[in-house]
Design a protein. Structure first.
Length: 301
């Protein structure tokens, strides 16, 4: 992905959303030709020359100091994820920046699967930065069965199921995710953040191209240049076997496995969601027995 284009479009989109009033500047007259702040207003607020800021907005962040980046971030009122994205784009523009892709992991060590299996009362699973599902415990497999069973999610013998493919390419996602609009917006924003970190990942480029070709909604979200961290919050899922589940989630990076994240879902005690997880565990156990019986019957024949 083109670093200069990412920088240009990100800065332009952030500038367009800030009004002079929000920035504490007087709005001279009501006939402004630009949406949001002018470049010279951003330069004034950031404490840099107009020529320097114009160079930055044209996509050249090479050599920009931390102080300059902080000044621009403050002027554009960037949140934590946006500030990180700007710093990452600046590092990628530097003369020592690597142009080699850092492939996202596609497998996990056996001990990681053992850790997941040891978590018996909460769905737990591992994904990479492209949102490929790499490992799950039994409860997570049961919870995300609509994703794993989805042809649109892309699971094959050589490729893992991908949650963002499911979100944008399978109509069933609107039923599964109760807050579908937020989930879809966040998924694209997380991929955009990863595109800044790893712009030369061929598999990521392929995924973005596939989604852009097949989903108008993804194209709109991708063009917004929004970025977002995915750390904690609530997720409401509508499971076909147990109904709606209102769950807490924690997403944690694994220091021993760069590029991998552990997602863990829990329910508040003494709530319908807690009862739903118990029901889900029972459903998963029954499903496993049925699958075993089916395999045994085929073996006998």
């Amino acid at each position: 992905m083109d670093n200069r284009a990412q920088v240009r479009e990100f800065l332009t989109s952030r500038r367009a959303r800030i009004t002079p009033d929000q920035a504490g500047l007087p709005a001279y007259g009501g006939n402004r030709r630009v949406k949001g702040l002018r470049r010279e207003e951003v330069a004034l607020l950031a404490g840099v020359s107009i020529d320097y800021y114009i160079r930055m907005e044209r996509g050249d962040l090479a050599g920009a100091s931390e102080a300059v980046l902080d000044g621009v971030a403050n002027a554009l009122q960037l949140d934590e994820a946006e500030r990180e994205h700007l710093r990452v784009l600046a590092r990628s523009a530097g003369p020592t920046a690597t142009r080699r892709a850092r492939p996202s992991p596609t497998t996990v060590r056996p001990v990681i699967q053992q850790v997941l299996d040891a978590i018996t009362e909460a769905p737990a699973w591992i994904r990479n930065a492209r949102h490929d599902i790499l490992a799950m415990n039994p409860l997570a497999r049961a919870l995300y069965s609509p994703v794993l069973d989805s042809a649109a999610a892309g699971a094959t013998a050589k490729r893992a199921a991908n949650t963002t493919r499911f979100i944008y390419l399978d109509p069933a996602a609107r039923e599964f995710f109760v807050d579908y609009d937020r989930i879809a917006t966040d998924a694209a924003a997380m991929l955009r953040l990863e595109a800044g970190r790893n712009p030369h990942d061929k598999d990521l480029i392929t995924l973005v191209g596939e989604l852009s070709t097949q989903s108008e909604l993804f194209r709109q979200h991708w063009a917004s240049h929004n970025v977002k961290f995915h750390r904690s919050g609530r997720k409401r899922l509508r499971h076909p076997a147990v109904g709606e589940l209102d769950l807490n989630f924690e997403a944690m990076e694994l220091p021993s496995e760069p590029g991998l994240r552990l997602n863990l879902y829990t329910a508040d005690p003494d709530t319908p969601a807690a009862d739903g997880l118990k029901l889900l565990a029972s459903w998963a156990a029954t499903r496993a027995i049925d699958n075993t019986d089916t395999r045994n019957a085929h073996d006998i024949r």
